[in-house]
Write a protein that binds this ligand. Structure first.
Ligand code: NDP
Length: 327
C-alpha cells in the first residue's frame, strides 16, 4: 500500500483527498518510480480543485511532476536506483501522477536527473522552472544576449516568473519584474531583478504600439499583459508566451509584428520532445543558482497539497511549492 492524492468524480461530485492505494491503482507503463518529491504547479491547482477540466480520467492520482528513484523497469534505458524526473505528457491529467509515493509511467517520458540536482531541487524547479528555461532557450535561439536591453518577466512572484528572473539575472541580463505583489519587491531584487514594476502598468487594455521598452519578454500571464508586452517590445525583439494567469485571451493587434518585426514564441512544456527537455534540464543544472532556488522554495507535506491547490489559484503562493510525498 502507498499514499496518493486521489481525484475522483462521480455522482457524489468532484473531490480530491489523500488515500491509501495499492499497486493495482498504478496505470500501465514500463518504469515504476519511488517518488521522493512532487510539486504544485498552477495546473495542479486546476486539477485538484476541478476549477478547469484538466483531469480527463477518474480516479486519478494528481501531480504533473515528480522526481524519485526507479524501483523497477522493463526498459533498457532505466534500471533500479536511477534518479529520474517527470514533467508533463498528460501525467496528472489523463495518467496517474506524482502526488503519490509511487508512480508508473512510460520510459519515453522520463528524463535522467542531472547529477548536480537533488530530487528535491528538481521539484523546486518542476514544470514551472523547466518552462521558464524553455522560454529562455527560445529567446537565446532568437539571438538574445546580455547587454541587449531590459528583459521583462511577468507573473514575477509565480513559479515560472521567479525561476525566469533567477535564470536571466544569473546569465547577466537586466531583468524588469512585473508583479501585483509589489510588497515583495525586495525578494524579487534578491533573485536578481534590477527593477520591479506594478503589473497594473501592463494588465489593462493598451494601445496597438507603445514606447519600445523590452529587448525580450517572458510572459506567464497572457491576455492584455501579453498584448501590451508585445506592443512595447523593441524592434526585432522577441516574446516567449507560456501562460494564462490573467486570461486565455490575446487582445492584441498585428502592429508590433508588421511594423517592428517582433517575434512571439509559443512555449509548451507538456508535449516537448526529449531532444528539447534534456538540454533544458542540463542548462538548469548548469545555470540556475541553487541558493536562490532554495530562497523561492517552500516545502509542504502530501496532506497539505489540497489546500495548496486552492492557494496557487488564488495567487497566495510565492515562488515554488515542493511536496514531500513521504510525510
Ligand atoms: P503561479 O500561480 O505560481 O504564478 C502565476 C503568477 O501570475 C502569479 O504569482 C501572479 O504573479 C501572476 N498573476 C496571477 N493572476 C494574475 C492576473 N489576474 N493578472 C496578472 N498577473 C496575474 O503559476 P505558475 O508560475 O506555475 O504558472 C504560470 C502560468 O504558466 C499558468 O498560467 C500556467 O498554466 C502556465 N504554465 C504553462 C506551461 C506551458 O507548458 N506552457 C507550463 C507551466 C505553467 P504576481 O503575484 O507576481 O503578480
Amino acid at each position: 500500500m502507498f499514499k496518493a492524492l486521489v481525484i475522483e468524480k462521480d455522482a457524489a461530485g468532484y473531490r480530491a483527498g489523500v488515500q491509501q492505494v495499492d499497486d493495482s491503482a498504478l496505470p500501465p507503463g514500463e518504469v515504476t518510480v519511488r517518488v521522493d518529491y512532487s510539486t504544485i504547479n498552477y495546473k495542479d491547482g486546476l486539477a485538484i480543485t476541478g476549477k478547469s477540466p484538466v483531469v480527463r480520467s477518474f480516479p486519478l492520482h494528481a501531480g504533473i511532476d515528480f522526481a524519485g528513484v526507479v524501483e523497477a523497469s522493463e526498459d533498457a534505458r532505466f534500471k533500479p536506483g536511477d534518479r529520474v524526473v517527470q514533467n508533463g505528457w498528460g501525467v496528472g491529467e489523463s495518467h496517474s501522477g506524482g502526488l503519490a509515493q509511487k508512480a508508473r509511467v512510460k520510459a519515453d517520458w522520463l528524463v535522467p536527473l542531472p547529477e548536480a540536482l537533488s530530487t528535491r531541487q528538481a521539484m523546486a524547479i518542476g514544470t514551472a522552472g523547466y518552462t521558464a528555461m524553455l522560454c529562455v532557450l527560445a529567446l537565446e535561439r532568437h539571438g538574445l544576449v546580455p547587454g541587449m536591453g531590459d528583459v521583462l518577466v511577468t507573473g514575477a512572484n509565480g513559479g515560472v516568473g521567479s525561476v525566469a528572473i533567477t535564470l536571466l539575472a544569473g546569465l547577466g541580463h537586466r531583468v524588469v519584474a512585473s508583479t501585483g505583489r509589489t510588497g515583495e519587491a525586495a525578494h524579487l531584487q534578491a533573485l536578481g531583478a534590477a527593477e520591479v514594476i506594478d503589473r497594473a502598468e501592463l494588465s489593462a487594455p493598451g494601445k496597438p504600439m507603445g514606447k519600445e521598452r523590452w529587448a525580450a519578454v517572458v510572459d506567464s500571464v497572457g491576455s492584455h499583459t501579453l498584448a501590451n508586452a508585445c506592443a512595447q517590445t523593441r524592434y526585432g525583439g522577441a516574446v516567449a508566451a507560456c501562460g494564462l494567469a490573467q486570461g486565455l485571451d490575446f487582445p492584441a493587434s498585428v502592429a508590433p509584428f508588421i511594423l517592428r518585426g517582433i517575434t512571439l514564441y509559443g512555449i509548451d512544456s507538456v508535449m516537448a520532445k526529449p531532444s528539447v527537455r534534456m538540454p533544458a534540464w542540463e542548462r538548469l543544472a548548469r545555470d540556475l543558482d541553487l541558493a536562490k532556488l532554495d530562497a523561492i522554495t517552500t516545502e509542504i507535506a502530501l496532506g497539505e497539497a489540497v489546500q495548496a491547490g486552492a492557494d496557487i489559484l488564488a495567487g497566495r503562493v510565492r515562488g515554488r511549492l515542493v511536496v514531500d510525498v513521504n510525510r
